[in-house]
Each structure stands twice: as structure tokens, then as C-alpha cells.
Design a binder for this molecule. Structure first.
Ligand SMILES: *Cc1c(COP(=O)(O)O)cnc(C)c1O
Length: 417
């Protein structure tokens, strides 16, 4: 293991990770070896509860036999075949199940990619190209919200409202206007707007910021009134995370584009889907020579293994009645944390924020929680608890107890404030 860690420090470059402290001789990174349910094991055999569902991806726990077996069964047939000009049964079945999951029947088409950022890029490109080739060239503006996070590729990052993640360069031939509330929309020239993009109910990377109740509904009404596309980024909120299958169901909204990734395979394989309407789809029809085709896609689009995992995850939702069991877990999470500083919650997402002058208080609290058997990752001084949905009430209690113990060690005054 020491050899492996030395090799890591010599050859790897980790995402969102300051590599200088990582590589320093006295830092021993956590090397995760195996997992089962909500429990992960490290190089020393120590066990931890997966308090952030492996960066918001895991739904039914690690090593779930139904998902494991579905992947193995698919592997016995074929792992991956190109989706450019070919098709296959797992993708066809998955597309049908996904569009049937969204109430209302408005979303009829599934476009597959392999991560959340590209699910967003697909939606944005479809929206822009749709207007361009359907007589509304002036609709070249995208509206995004302050503090939004839609991913890390340049296109997705151009929509972000958090400077840290924005990267460089934003000259893609479209305009991005950032607004911070519904009120600011009123003054805009709506007839130049191609689409509005939103993380419904809650902004994740902004530090779990909740939107006021009804915000999604009024945004949908504004989009409707101005014939502007609504793109919902449910990369984090999709697949039961907020207590319903999709966050948009809380306000009876069906967008024009629904972007899904993280939890779509239960957190097992990289996979993503952009669901859209027949209207959008038809805007791309025509003789190939007319150039109306959607020329965009990724090599691993529609991966057979990914489809098999996603289908298995949806089967687990049904067989284990996952959504029905969430209200008790959501209540338990609330009861365990509600008296802590700046507590907020959206279904199976809970967060607190310590009001500390030390900008690394969040990191310190998460490191302390690790000693108490809880893994999670801070967003600034916000500590997030969003366990796999299969978490038991007992595991929730252990997570909240670990977080309290960590707070008492690192920020004793803040935790009682
Ligand atoms: C994680 C996330 C993304 C980006 O997904 P990746 O798979 O990391 O590219 C986009 N939007 C939201 C809301 C996310 O939480």
C-alpha cells in the first residue's frame, strides 16, 4: 500500500484537489478498497459510512447484487458498441423507461452521453440549434442563475455562476446572461432568449442553496409565456434524491430538457441522458443535405454496460419500493441535524454551514468526521450529508452522531451557536 501511495503521488493528478499538500510526505490519502451498502473500506480495513454517496452518485448502496449481476450479465454479451448509427436493446428499453418515468408524456426522446456536463451541453446545443434552424436566429441568449453549477466542460462551465468553476474563455457565439432571482427576468428581452437553465429546488455546488418554494413553477410559467425553453439540470437531484423521482415533480413542472446523470446508473458507471420533447426532436428533421442533423455525441454514448446498470437501478427502485421508504429517512435526517448551524434540507440532501473565520473549517470538520467513521466532502464551510437512498435509520443516526462529534472537536463554539 505504501508503494501504491508513492506511485499515486508520483503519477496521478486528482480532480478539484490541491496537489501540493496531497503530495506532501506526511499526507496519507485514503485509498478505498471495497464497499457494501453505505459502507466503504480503506487500505487498513477501516470502515466508513459514505456520507455523500460518493460525490452524489450512489443510490442503492455499493455492491448491490441486482446492479452487479445486471452488469455482469451484460458483460457476457458485449460491453460497448458504437451508438453512432447503431442501436441495441438495453438503450431502447432504457429510453422507454426514462420517458415513462416523467409525468405528463411531454418528454418523448432520450439522448445519451456519459456525464453530467455533456448532458447539459447536449441540451444547450439542441436549444441553440433548434432556434437557429427554425427561423428564430435572434434567440442566441441563455439565461442562467447566479451561483449555478452545471458542470466543468467549457460549455457547461460558461453557464456557471461560481467564479471558481468557470475556468477561462467564454466566446462561443452565444450570450449568457446571469440573473439571481425571478424578479430580474422581468426586465430582459425574452424574444432573444433560447433557453433558461436551472438546478431545480436546490443549487448543489453553491453549497446546497434552496430556492424559495414556487420558484420553479413561476420560472416555468415565464418560459411558457415567452416560448423560451426550460432546461432543468437534475444531475444531482434526479433519481429520488429530493424524495420524488425527479425534483421537478414537486412543483408539477415538466421542462423542455431534463438533464440526468450522476445517479442514473445507481452510481455504478458513467452515463447520462438528456430527455427532450417531440417538438425539439422534429426541429432537427429534414433531408440530410439540409444540415439540420444534431452533429454532436461522444464515443461512449449509450454504453451497453451503462444502460444495463441504469435499467437495473430502476428495477431496484420498483422492487425495493425505494421512494416509499424515503419519508421516514428524510425525517430522521432532519431530527438528527435540525439544531445545527444554518441547517437546511431538501429530501435526502442535508447541509449545515459553520460560521467560522477559518476558511478551512469545513475541511477540518470532514477530516475529524473521518475519524468517527463518516466520509463526506465540504463545499467551503458547508458540510453536506447526502447518503445513498438505501441508508438505514441506524446508519443515519451514526452519520449525524459522527458529524456532531467532529463539530464539537473542530468548531465547538459554532456548533452550539
Ligand atoms: C455534478 C453536476 C454536474 C456535472 O456532472 P459531471 O458528471 O460531473 O460532469 C452538473 N450539474 C449538477 C447540478 C451537478 O451536481
Amino acid at each position: 500500500m505504501t508503494d501504491l501511495i508513492a506511485l499515486d503521488k508520483r503519477h496521478l493528478w486528482h480532480p478539484f484537489t490541491p496537489m501540493q499538500p496531497w503530495c506532501s510526505p506526511d499526507h496519507e490519502p485514503l485509498l478505498l478498497v471495497s464497499g457494501n451498502g453505505c459502507t466503504l473500506r480503506d487500505q487498513h480495513g477501516r470502515e466508513y459510512l459514505d456520507g455523500n454517496a460518493s460525490i452524489w452518485t450512489n443510490i442503492h448502496g455499493h455492491g448491490h447484487p441486482v446492479i452487479n449481476e445486471a452488469i455482469i450479465e451484460q458483460l457476457g454479451k458485449v460491453a460497448h458498441t458504437s451508438f453512432l448509427g447503431f442501436t441495441h436493446e438495453p438503450a431502447i428499453r432504457l429510453a422507454k423507461e426514462l420517458v415513462d418515468l416523467v409525468p405528463g408524456g411531454k418528454l418523448t426522446r432520450a439522448f445519451f452521453t456519459d456525464n453530467g456536463s455533456t448532458a447539459i451541453e447536449s441540451a444547450v446545443r439542441m436549444a441553440l440549434q433548434f432556434w437557429k434552424q427554425n427561423g428564430r436566429q435572434e434567440r442566441d441568449t441563455l439565461i442562467a442563475f447566479d451561483r449555478a453549477y452545471h458542470g466543468d466542460t467549457l460549455g457547461a462551465a460558461s453557464l456557471g455562476g461560481i467564479p471558481l468553476f468557470k475556468g477561462s474563455g467564454n466566446d462561443f457565439g452565444y450570450r449568457v446572461v446571469t440573473v439571481s432571482s425571478m424578479d430580474e427576468l422581468a426586465g430582459l428581452a425574452a424574444d432573444r432568449v433560447a433557453a433558461v437553465i436551472l438546478e431545480p429546488l436546490i443549487q448543489g455546488a453553491a453549497g446546497m442553496r434552496l430556492w424559495p418554494q414556487g420558484m420553479l413553477k413561476s420560472l416555468d410559467a415565464w418560459c411558457d409565456a415567452h416560448d423560451v425553453f426550460l432546461i432543468l439540470d437534475e444531475v444531482m437531484t434526479g433519481f429520488g434524491r429530493t424524495g420524488k423521482m425527479f425534483a421537478c415533480e414537486h412543483e408539477d413542472v415538466v421542462p423542455d430538457f431534463l438533464c440526468l446523470a450522476k445517479g442514473i446508473t445507481g452510481g455504478y458507471l458513467p452515463f447520462a441522458a438528456t430527455l427532450t420533447t417531440e417538438r425539439v426532436f422534429e426541429g432537427f428533421l429534414g433531408d440530410p443535405g439540409e444540415g439540420r442533423t444534431f452533429f454532436y455525441g461522444h464515443s461512449y454514448a449509450g454504453s451497453q454496460l451503462g444502460c444495463a446498470a441504469a435499467l437495473a437501478s430502476l428495477r431496484v427502485f420498483r422492487d425495493e419500493r425505494v421512494l416509499e421508504q424515503l419519508p421516514a429517512k428524510i425525517a430522521r435526517l432532519r431530527d438528527g441535524l435540525r439544531d445545527l448551524p444554518a441547517f437546511r434540507q431538501c429530501g435526502m440532501i442535508a447541509a449545515i454551514t459553520v460560521d467560522s473565520p477559518d476558511p478551512s473549517a469545513g475541511v477540518k470538520i470532514c477530516l475529524a468526521a473521518r475519524k468517527h467513521g463518516l466520509l463526506t466532502r465540504p463545499v467551503g464551510n458547508t458540510i453536506v450529508l447526502m447518503p445513498p437512498l438505501c441508508v438505514t435509520l441506524g446508519e443515519i443516526d451514526r452519520m449525524t452522531a459522527a458529524l456532531r462529534a467532529a463539530l464539537a472537536e473542530v468548531a465547538p463554539t459554532e456548533s452550539t451557536a
